[in-house]
Design a protein around this ligand. Structure first.
Ligand code: ZN
Length: 162
């Protein structure tokens, strides 16, 4: 089922989310979030973006290149940010319009629970590393706009509201 994606400045996008409980309801939500993400189209979607204030996000870093690899992250934790931050362009399905420049670690070690209940502990690199940092931010109510300078933020906000 396609879910409506909340758009900034919806206040639900600025809330620190609660831990998720892995049950049938959450599995159904994750499936709907993947469907919604592919339809958007995007590569990552966090639960608060569809109005569920839970620590859950979905990602597929490679489907746009023809190799779908859906992943569901339940209660993710960033264990370590590895390497010097690199500034790169980022869009967000909740902030249609501006592509913002955000500094992110090039690699990240993350722990989470997969949809089958298995505990995961992996180092992610490349696009996946940037994407999980972006989606993880959503779980703490942090948006790309919050990473910008006052001037860059004003410009990006004006672009969204135009
Ligand atoms: Zn986003």
């Amino acid at each position: 089922m396609l879910l409506p994606i909340l758009r900034w400045p919806d206040p639900r996008l600025s809330v620190r989310c609660d831990p998720a409980v892995l049950d049938d309801g959450l599995r159904a939500l994750a499936a709907d979030m993947l469907e919604t993400m592919y339809a958007a189209p995007g590569r990552g979607l966090a639960a608060p973006q569809v109005g569920h204030l839970l620590r859950l996000f979905v990602m597929d870093a490679t489907w746009k290149e023809g190799t779908p690899a859906p992943q569901v992250f339940v209660n993710p934790e960033i264990v370590d940010l590895l390497g010097d931050p690199v500034v790169g362009p980022e869009g967000c399905l909740s902030i249609p319009g501006p592509v913002t420049q955000v500094a992110r670690a090039p690699s990240v070690r993350m722990r989470w629970t997969a949809l089958d209940g298995q505990a995961q502990d992996q180092v992610l690199t490349g696009f996946a590393a940037i994407c999980v940092q972006h989606e993880y931010d959503h779980l703490d109510g942090i948006l790309t706009l919050d990473h910008l300078s006052v001037e860059a933020r004003a410009k990006a906000e004006a672009e969204v509201l135009a």
